[in-house]
Design a protein around this ligand. Sequence first.
Ligand SMILES: [Fe+2]
Length: 288
Amino acid sequence: MNLYINQLQKKNDFRNAIYAGDIFLNTDLNAPKDLCAFARESITAAFDGETRHQALHTMMPVQEFIGLVTKLKGQFTNCIEVKEMIRNFVLEIGANPGEFLFDVPRIRVVPHYDYLHAGVSYAYKPHRDKWYGSVDCQINTWMPVYTIQPDQTMMINPAYFSVPVKNSSADWSLSDWINVQRPLAQENVIEELRVHPVPLEDISTASEIRIAANAGEILTFSGSHLHGTVPNYTEQTRFSIDFRLVHIADLLGQRGAVNVDSGVADTEAGYKDFFHVSDFSHFQGTNQ
Ligand SMILES: [Fe+2]
């Protein structure tokens, strides 16, 4: 695995590098910084003007926190400003918006583990997005909204990129997740009752990478990398933003990372969450 620093916008064939497992860290792009500034405004608005965002979990009962995080997530995911910033990101790295789709952007909120680690703040176990039905050519982005430390970040475990892991994805349905399980996030407070695809063997952490970045410093990597949430035992709530890019020709041509171990059968169920980067219109599927 190779790690490129501030080179996404300088490497025309970045997609092939990402499909091969390379990771890009960019500290120098404007669109991710704009996304973080917008996220901070959105958090303040969702939490009734409160600006001490990293301490929000100390200010209210968990049920109230869940309600406000749900409001924040819906507003952030669906607003036009975030879509425009994703298009700006694609332009800023020198790519053509007309060639790409994006999956709905998300803001994630991870408070202290003992306060909440289920539902809207589910602490993801090691997984590939591929186990959740993503396409082989899915390009993930991820950035913290505030400076974070290694014990607050997410982890990538590159040693498993091309090494199969026994997992439960074959028993998991993306359609059921979208239509039945995902809407239940608010009801999962104490423990996660929704069934996620998980590893069925021990995962070695020996080669785990935890990148402690600053606000708006963005990671770009294949959705097929094994990654997950680092349980947050710090006193500061972690906020992060992520979105996914899909190159249309690669999707149609079935190019992307090699699928080493996912058994999900209904990947196309996720296409309904894809939008064209160029005009934000819904993707009509691979038969268009
Ligand atoms: Fe993921």
